[in-house]
Ligand binder design. Structure first.
Ligand SMILES: Nc1nc2c(ncn2[C@@H]2O[C@H](COP(=O)(O)OP(=O)(O)OP(=O)(O)O)[C@@H](O)[C@H]2O)c(=O)[nH]1
Ligand SMILES: [Mg+2]
Length: 354
């Protein structure tokens, strides 16, 4: 995707400015500075959309570009220098990759999260649940978009499976390449609304963006063998859609790691949460304890055992995420000690045998 600093202008209200943001400004600021909506963040560049079009903005001294998110509202001085970030009304955050425990801002001030997945090998319930928890954490409406229904004989099967993940979840099947099919997304594309497209590489996020905005951003075919994409989109960007909405396209995510104590997990798995309150023991592990309501629901066919496993996995990960770095070092040290002890024991046993 290439940056193009456009000059076409939108009013601040077209850009999604509401009283919530205006309430964060004092009269002097309104007179001397202007407001921009962050439309693109690359390694060292923040680009903003203001009343006169799009232009690069300078971050405050020693503040990295990672302190801002696409979709943010920022106050900017006459020299295109960002003065401050306005408090967002919603924020998508994830945990960094590998050993990085820091939180990464993915997008801000969005109304709905379009979780895009194809009706092929990409379809994965655990991944969709993670994205649902991400949306719930941010307090935004999740919608599951199933793409490539034109290449799939029984795409309704995918819809049926995805619909079981949460009550009242909208699951829309679409051929992202068909302009008429895009009308199915109109409930989330109203004037001033902002939606973000997330999902693995190759599922059709940029194809949807192009259809919704009339743009022609780069897309690329996927590998036939495993339906994997080629990571064509490399950074997040905000674009005006034809009906007055704003669309954020994002690079494909290999593995989404939720950040900190995620209340989203509890909301997505509220069926299991409700069952746990009915177990006989407060500290029930839902394994083989007597009068466990969770196991009883599995036996009665009311709860899928695989869903319970996926919840356990997310809970374990969430607990680990909430550890401080010191705790995580201690856990690694204790594990190292345990390995040494086991090794020493096995050497001693071998010694006794010979
Ligand atoms: N037949 C069909 N092809 C689709 C559909 N959606 C996307 N494609 C094709 O799938 C390929 C990948 O689409 P992209 O839009 O580049 O996917 P992406 O999610 O943006 O991928 P990344 O930028 O790598 O994250 C392209 O060749 C699209 O033309 C669909 O609904 N039907
Ligand atoms: Mg893309």
């Amino acid at each position: 995707m290439t940056s193009s600093y456009q000059t076409s202008s939108y009013s601040l209200s077209d850009l999604g400015l509401t009283a919530f943001f205006m309430g964060q400004l004092c009269v002097e600021e309104l007179e001397s500075a202007s407001l921009f909506r962050v439309s693109e963040i690359q390694r060292s560049i923040v680009v903003g959309w203001g009343e006169d079009g799009v232009r690069p903005l300078r971050t405050p001294h020693k503040v990295p570009t990672s302190a801002f998110a696409v979709g943010d509202w920022v106050l900017v001085d006459a020299g295109d220098q960002i003065i401050r970030r306005l408090t967002p009304n919603s924020e998508l955050k994830r945990r960094g990759a590998g050993t990085d425990v820091s939180e990464q801002l993915m997008a801000a001030n969005i109304d709905s999260l379009l979780i895009v997945t194809s009706c092929n090998d990409d379809f994965n319930l655990a991944r969709i649940e993670r994205f649902l928890a991400l949306a719930k954490d941010a307090g935004v409406t999740p919608v599951v978009i199933l793409t490539k229904i034109d290449l799939c004989e029984d795409w309704e099967r995918y819809r049926a499976e995805a619909s079981t993940l949460m009550d009242e979840l909208d699951v829309i099947g679409i051929n992202a390449k068909s302009p008429t099919a895009l009308e199915a997304l109109s409930p989330w594309c109203g004037r001033g609304q902002t939606l973000a497209l997330v999902g693995s590489s190759g599922v059709g996020k940029t194809t949807l963006l192009n259809g919704l905005t009339g743009r022609d951003e780069a897309t690329a075919t996927i590998r036939e063998r495993d339906s994997k994409g080629r990571h064509t989109t490399t950074y997040r960007s905000l674009h005006p859609a034809l009906g007055g909405a704003w669309v954020i396209d994002t690079p494909g995510i290999r593995a989404l790691r939720l950040h900190e104590k995620s209340t989203g997990i509890e909301q997505v798995f509220d069926d299991i949460m409700e069952l746990t309150t009915r177990c006989k023991f407060n500290d029930c592990k839902h394994e083989s304890e007597p009068k466990c309501a969770v196991q009883a629901a599995i036996k009665a066919g009311d709860l899928d055992a695989e869903r319970l496993e996926r919840w356990r996995k997310l809970e374990r990960e969430d607990n680990r995420n909430s550890e401080t770095i010191a705790q995580s070092r201690k856990r690694a040290k204790d594990f190292g000690k345990m390995v040494k002890t086991v090794m020493a024991d096995s050497h001693a046993k071998k010694g006794r045998k010979t």
